[in-house]
Design a protein around this ligand. Structure first.
Ligand SMILES: Nc1ncnc2c1ncn2[C@@H]1O[C@H](COP(=O)(O)OP(=O)(O)OP(=O)(O)O)[C@@H](O)[C@H]1O
Ligand SMILES: [Mg+2]
Length: 433
């Protein structure tokens, strides 16, 4: 099946919009690659360039190792499935699926067989005689998939194919689609803005932000060792806790990470201590996912932070406690649905520019991107005018715990599960994975 390589691919639209910025990406034979990122980050543009529907401004697109920039779409052996797929309303399901075969002159007999095979693989074998308006949304999406599969393409391009479906059906079809394309062995590029979808379906995930590729790796790699603060904040639920820490090195003993009144200590023999020690006297961002935090009895020694519960969120199978630990949170912008409420400070983090802003608590949902960016500019240019408020550290508790807001809570921190980022939002690391 087809392999894809993007080499330094950039797309600038005539109005000056840089939709894709110097992207390098390889999709291996039979691989299920998910392109993940928020709305407007350039996902569809990448897909359309691979399909040949859009020309790159610069860079090369290789299919099976051959330069394909000038190859017409019909010669690329590609099938595309979109969010807003259209079925032919006057044709039966069978005719809809078989349509691409009819166009390429396949006889009725073999065509019928191929259609029946594909339909039964998709679980819609019993509705072949119906018209699209007699189907459920999920069945219609399967027909669209069937029409893409039937030609036996070398590459599937899927652009948010599930986003019009309700969440139950999405989860079901998610598993079906990834199972089916793996069975067929067809290389796939699947676009979504849903991080959970990406992590569950992908062989590898490529994360885009404002046209720039942030990280590529298996779900375990990008979740476990995010290359940038942005990727760290984008993946996982609840979102990773991102706290501002000032670094103090006590040579040969430990590196202290100070969060307001409290501190955590990286022992000097910890392999990451030396890398973090470069930031002596400076601030960094420390990331801790909820799974790195465990409530412990008050007075427990070790790597423990003390906090007070601000509020609880009950999710049925678990409850989340949001703790005030007297630290400052860093919130990353551009994450779908992210909230932000800027606070003041020394200004060191001003250089995070549009990557992050200093933050306090949960804030208000963003109203519009223009508004929030003008907000952001004023905050970054004049951080002192906002008061500081503590971060809220998300911690997992058993469902419906016997604690309530205001309750003190001690949290043990798994030091090996901490993530460190510099002020530009790049991972501080001992080496690359
Ligand atoms: N024909 C065009 N002319 C100018 N700008 C465009 C054009 N098509 C897309 N853009 C811009 O390019 C950027 C990337 O668009 P794209 O459609 O690739 O985003 P996306 O990641 O698919 O977003 P979504 O998740 O909302 O579908 C956006 O800023 C968009 O406004
Ligand atoms: Mg899109």
């Amino acid at each position: 099946m087809t392999t894809v390589a993007l080499k330094d691919v950039t797309k600038v639209f005539p109005d000056g919009t840089v939709a894709v910025d110097n992207v390098n990406l390889d999709v291996n034979d039979g691989e299920f690659m998910v392109l993940l990122g928020p709305s407007g980050c350039g996902k569809s543009t990448v897909l359309r360039m691979v399909a040949g529907l859009e020309d790159p401004t610069s860079g090369a697109i290789l299919l099976d190792g051959e330069l394909a920039n000038d190859l017409p779409p019909r010669d690329r052996r590609i099938a595309m499935v979109f969010q807003d797929f259209a079925l032919y309303p006057h044709m039966t399901v069978g005719d809809n699926i078989g349509f691409p075969l009819r166009l390429s002159g396949v006889e009725q007999g073999p065509r019928g067989e191929r259609v029946a095979d594909v339909a039964s693989a998709l679980g819609i074998g019993d509705v072949l005689a119906r018209k699209p308006n007699q189907l459920s949304g999920g069945q219609r999406q399967r027909v669209a998939m069937g029409r893409a599969i039937v030609r036996r393409p070398g590459l599937f391009l899927m652009d948010e194919p599930l986003s019009n479906l309700d969440s139950g059906l999405r989860a079901e079809l998610r598993a079906e689609i990834s199972g089916l394309v793996r069975e067929l062995g067809v290389s796939t590029i699947y676009v979504t803005h849903d991080q959970a979808e990406a992590l569950t379906m992908a062989d590898r995930v490529a994360i885009l932000r404002r046209g720039v590729l942030q990280d590529v790796g298996t779900p375990t790699q990008v979740y476990g060792r995010p290359a940038t603060l942005y990727v760290a904040a984008f993946l996982g639920s609840p979102r990773m806790n991102l706290l501002e820490a000032s670094v103090y090195v006590h040579l040969d003993r430990y590196v202290a990470l100070n969060f307001g009144e409290q501190a955590l200590y990286l022992p000097w023999d910890d392999i990451r201590a030396r890398a973090v020690a470069h930031y002596h006297g400076e601030r960094i961002v420390v990331g801790m996912r909820a799974e790195a935090l465990t409530p412990v009895a008050p007075g427990t020694p070790g790597d423990v932070l003390q906090g007070r519960i601000r509020y609880l969120e009950h999710h049925g199978h678990e409850s989340l406690a949001f703790l005030d630990i007297g630290a400052t949170a860093i919130v990353v912008d551009d994450i779908g649905g992210a909230v932000s409420e800027p606070t003041g400070g020394s200004g060191r983090f001003r250089r995070f520019g549009h990557v992050v802003q200093r933050l306090t608590g949960r804030g208000e949902p963003r109203e519009s991107s223009t508004e929030s960016s003008s907000n952001r500019t004023s905050v970054l240019s004049d951080p002192g005018r906002h008061h500081r408020r503590p971060a809220e550290l998300a911690v997992r508790l058993a469902p419906y715990p016997a604690v309530s807001s205001g309750h003190p809570l001690a949290i043990s921190v798994r030091m090996d599960a901490l993530h460190f980022f510099d002020e530009r939002g790049d991972r501080i690391d001992v080496g690359w994975r």
